[in-house]
Write a protein that binds this ligand. Structure first.
Ligand SMILES: NC(=O)C1=CN([C@@H]2O[C@H](COP(=O)(O)OP(=O)(O)OC[C@H]3O[C@@H](n4cnc5c(N)ncnc54)[C@H](OP(=O)(O)O)[C@@H]3O)[C@@H](O)[C@H]2O)[C@H](O)CC1
Ligand SMILES: [K+]
Length: 488
């Protein structure tokens, strides 16, 4: 069961359901949220940091008071800034955590001056923020934004609605640490400068609780992955790991299909055939010794378990070949890059896509396919409609890649980082998804596992490579993703 991305105004109901099922009290859930925040914060920050926590009167503020207590006990210098008038009644749980603040913590009233903290934690407004910001709240947010400290938001940046773009003042976070599930607005590329880096923490909300909530948006997390993988046994042979054909590459762009091929092999494909142009055969054979090559215009597709088409292919004189494949193969197809560009130029091909074909466009390729969108929300909607209409899977690539399934579900990925924005990264993904298809995974699971492992490879590789990460490093790291997830 996957986590659903429920709306901000449903979160209270979700919490209530969890509390009744788990027997936990609301203050215990708040403590768990605060503790998870600190478990993330402590290893990432030196104890010499001076932490200023700006707390509102609701439960977001309550989280802030609890975080203040925990960090102070761990040796951080902490002060609390009250973002409310003395006369304001706090929410019950916020009040209890306010009363539990240790004496060593300096509590500053609203009108007190700003100190010289090095980290500012925004626990002013959370998902309970509604309507237009009050003037006093605008002032507080502007004051926080003027502060030179590193800025971290608890759950959601203050002033940001849960499902939309901000309409007024908003806290500009360097990092947003969100509880249980990302709020939809945190996934909008338009909000990148507001949200900063996104961290989502598990606070133990029971998965069953999500069932009753009506949304098509889901969030793929680590615990969803192992059960989707096939087990291979003692008597498995290379045929069981699938025979994959990859079509792509052209003069000057052979690197793309070689990356895709290496990626498919590292993901576990047993047999790989590259279908390339005749005059590029030498490059393919030398570039990837483990692969066989064919150069036919109408290759023999019998015995092939999955086909990946497009990386480095070019669009000149490819139309007939793509049509041939779509008419003669339906076992599992991934279309990327120039295969998508061909479809954009020849829309009738869309109607020829076999059910469950996987398309892997990045935003620009997607816009070329369906026309431009005003914003990302509109693009998500179009991707959903197209996937449903054609019964295909659309993997809309980007930070938090979105997998659109034929039944209307939309799954956001949780792995990956900006270091993966490098040449050939998409080619690697195509190789991974095609490989899983060839290994007999359902198209849905192939897309999920491909996208998740691809992002995880990026996370692992970037620990040592950072901005020096190249697509080849992703391929090298694919085996480590199996180790990391305990998959044999
Ligand atoms: N499952 C979880 O994810 C958990 C999350 N927790 C945290 O709880 C908050 C949500 O807490 P809630 O009490 O519902 O609401 P907030 O604290 O976010 O907001 C309420 C305060 O905001 C003020 N407010 C609302 N709208 C405006 C506005 N337009 N302008 C100014 N101020 C506004 C409101 O003031 P009022 O005067 O309107 O009452 C409140 O002071 C969630 O985000 C998490 O951080 C829990 O810890 C447990 C589990
Ligand atoms: K906040």
């Amino acid at each position: 069961m996957m986590i659903k991305i429920v709306k901000g105004d449903q979160i209270k109901a979700l919490d209530r359901l969890h509390l009744s099922l788990s027997g936990q009290s609301s203050i215990e859930l708040m403590e768990r949220a605060a503790q998870s925040f600190c478990d993330w914060f402590i290893p990432n920050h030196a104890q010499t940091e001076v932490v200023s926590i700006w707390c509102g009167a609701g439960n977001n503020g309550g989280d802030g008071f609890a975080i203040a207590r925990i960090l102070s006990r761990k040796g951080f210098t902490v002060e609390v800034k009250c973002c409310f008038e003395n006369s304001t009644k706090l929410s019950d749980d916020a009040q209890r955590n306010f009363e539990r603040l240790p004496e060593i913590i300096r509590v500053r009233p609203l009108d007190d001056h700003v100190n010289k903290s090095t980290v500012l934690i925004d626990a002013f407004l959370g998902v309970g923020f509604r309507g237009a910001l009050k003037e006093s709240a605008v002032e507080i947010i502007e004051k926080m934004n003027r502060h030179s400290a590193k800025k971290i938001s608890v759950d959601i940046p203050s002033g940001l609605p849960s499902e939309e773009l901000p309409s007024g003042a908003v806290f500009l976070a360097d990092v947003t640490v969100s509880f249980a599930q990302p709020k939809l607005s945190l996934l909008l590329p338009e909000n990148e400068a507001v949200v900063g880096e996104l961290v989502v923490l598990d606070i133990g909300v029971f998965l069953e609780v999500y069932e009753g909530f009506d949304t098509d948006f889901y969030y793929i997390t680590r615990k969803d992955i192992p059960e989707k993988h096939h087990r291979f046994g003692r008597f498995s042979h290379k045929g069981d790991f699938g025979k994959v054909m990859l079509m792509g590459g052209s003069l000057g762009k052979m690197g793309a299909i070689l990356l895709t091929g290496k990626s498919a092999l590292r993901t576990g494909s047993g047999l790989l055939q590259l279908n390339i142009d005749k005059d590029q055969n030498l490059i393919a054979q030398v570039g990837l010794t483990e692969a066989m090559t064919t150069v036919d215009e109408k290759p023999d597709l019998s015995g092939i378990d999955a086909l990946g088409i497009g990386p480095g292919w070019g669009t000149e004189n490819r139309l007939e070949k793509l049509e041939y494949v779509l008419e003669n193969f339906s076992r599992g197809i991934v279309l990327d890059a120039d295969a998508l560009n061909l479809i954009s130029k020849n829309e009738k091909l869309l109607l020829k896509l076999p059910a469950n074909t996987i398309l892997t466009p990045h935003l620009k390729e997607f816009d070329r396919l369906v026309g431009s969108s005003e914003n990302q929300l509109e693009r998500w909607q179009k991707a959903k409609e197209l996937a449903m209409e054609l019964r295909i899977i659309i993997v809309l690539k980007g930070a938090n890649t979105l997998i659109n399934l034929p039944d209307g579900r939309q799954l956001f990925n949780s792995t990956g980082n900006h270091y993966m924005a490098t040449a050939g990264s998409g080619d690697v993904l195509t190789g991974m998804i095609t490989s899983f298809l060839g290994q007999g995974y359902s198209p849905e699971n192939a897309a999920i596992c491909g996208v998740y492992h691809h992002g995880l490879a990026g996370e692992i590789a970037s620990k040592s490579k950072r901005r020096g990460l190249i697509a080849g490093d992703l391929i090298q790291t694919i085996p480590d993703t199996y180790i990391e997830l305990g998959i044999k």
